[in-house]
Ligand binder design. Structure first.
Ligand code: SF4
Length: 407
């Protein structure tokens, strides 16, 4: 949206390329993300000192969370902006904020897909999470505005919408006094040109089950859900303040699979949370083996100031945290390999995201960009067009890659 506003002000704007004025959009929710953001700021401050860039501005979550510290520690940045200071940032860039541009964006993803943020902020009390500190209380974007944004994206060539929010399942509670994700989906499937709609970041407690009916009945809704579950041992779930239990979560996943049997379920977990014992970890490992998630990622716990869990002792050593994360990912690699072997010989409709080296790289509806399986097709033997859908037969598979030929 910042880029869309700048373009509307006749500014030349590029993403991840050099320019004379640099805007760094930062992340600040866990240690690794903060480190990466700070390193990027330092890199451009040095470029400014060397006379390679004229100005450096910093925006986003890190800046929202640590502005006074950053101003003190890295004063050579021209100005820091928080997450709600878009008009101020535009002003510093010599541009005006134009209200009439609602939903007008420049996307930085490949042309065929775009992320659609349906709400901002989060009202959940998860103990480990710094996101509400940076993003504030939950605010849904009205259905009409999202439909307008989706229509504009579709006109620019987007075929797949990836719905995101801090918590997708809370959508509508503030504006419509009810969980309204299913109704939003029913509006979005009517947008011409959109062929796939994918759901990321659903919270398990209070999941609006009618979404599953829409998924089942509307072919445009990918049979895919990303539901970060974080842990499964009851004492840890309780301390994490997730409002659910192992029993309830297991039942929810069974309900998902009963309602939409072909659904790919993606989750993310945190290991090394304060007080996580060997027994808690065993419970988590066994459950991962039992549930056989189609997709899974695992983070090590990051001890974040001003969160509820910061009052606890960060007592699992870093090397143990990492070892536990590795163990979970090894289990998952085996599961993923087995599931992928079962796809050999099967036919899938895929979208081609890009060409890389000697391969066209695509995805099935069961895979999200960057985080899931990719489908590789030999570009020395077949010609495909980036952004197009095509039908392929899987001929080989590894843990996280599928090899295919067009049929
Ligand atoms: S639902 Fe997600 S964003 Fe909200 S507090 Fe919990 S972990 Fe953080």
């Amino acid at each position: 949206m910042l880029m869309g506003q700048l373009r509307a002000n006749n500014k030349e704007v590029v993403h991840e390329e050099e320019g004379n004025i640099v805007v760094i959009n930062t992340c600040g929710f866990i240690a690794n993300a903060k480190e990466e953001s700070v390193n990027t700021i330092l890199e451009y401050v040095q470029k400014k000192e060397a006379g390679l860039v004229d100005k450096v501005f910093v925006t986003g979550c890190l800046s929202e969370r640590y502005k006074p510290d950053l101003q003190k520690e890295i004063p050579d940045v021209d100005q820091y902006f928080g997450t709600t200071e878009l008009p101020g940032l535009l002003k510093a860039l010599g541009a005006d904020y134009k209200h009439e541009l609602i939903g007008e964006r420049l996307t930085t993803t490949p042309k065929n897909y775009a992320y659609l943020k349906i709400s901002e902020g989060c009202d959940r009390p998860c103990s480990f999470c710094a996101i509400p500190i940076m993003r504030g209380k939950h605010r849904s974007t009205p259905i009409e505005e999202l439909v307008t944004e989706a229509e504009k994206l579709a006109k620019s060539g987007v075929k797949e919408l990836i719905l995101i929010a801090q918590d997708l399942t809370y959508y509508g509670l503030d504006l419509y006094k009810k969980r309204n994700l299913a109704e939003l989906l029913q509006h979005l499937v009517k947008v011409d040109g959109i062929e796939w709609i994918r759901l990321h970041y659903a919270f398990p407690t209070g999941f609006p089950m009618e979404v599953l009916d829409v998924m089942k009945n509307e072919s445009k809704i990918c049979n895919y859900i990303d539901i970060p579950l974080q842990h499964i041992s009851d004492p840890i779930l309780k301390s994490m303040r997730r409002g659910t239990t192992k029993e309830k979560t297991t039942k929810l996943l069974q309900d998902f699979r009963n309602a939409v049997p072909e659904m790919a379920i993606r989750t993310t977990l945190i290991v090394g949370y304060p007080g996580e014992t060997e027994e808690d970890f065993e419970i988590l490992k066994n459950w991962v083996k039992e549930m056989r998630f189609e997709r899974l990622g695992c983070f090590t716990y990051s001890h974040e100031e001003n969160t509820h869990a910061y009052n606890l002792t960060d007592d699992v050593p870093e090397d143990v945290k990492q070892q536990r994360a590795n163990e979970i990912m090894e289990i998952q690699a085996q599961i993923s390999w087995e599931l992928n072997q079962g796809k050999i010989g099967k036919i899938f409709r895929i979208v081609i995201d890009r060409k890389e080296g000697n391969y066209f790289i695509g995805r099935t509806e069961y895979d999200s960009p960057d985080v899931d399986n990719e489908v590789l097709i030999d570009a020395t033997r077949f010609y495909l067009k980036t952004g197009d859908f095509t039908t392929v037969k899987i001929i080989d598979a590894t843990d996280y890659d599928l090899y295919a030929e067009p049929v």
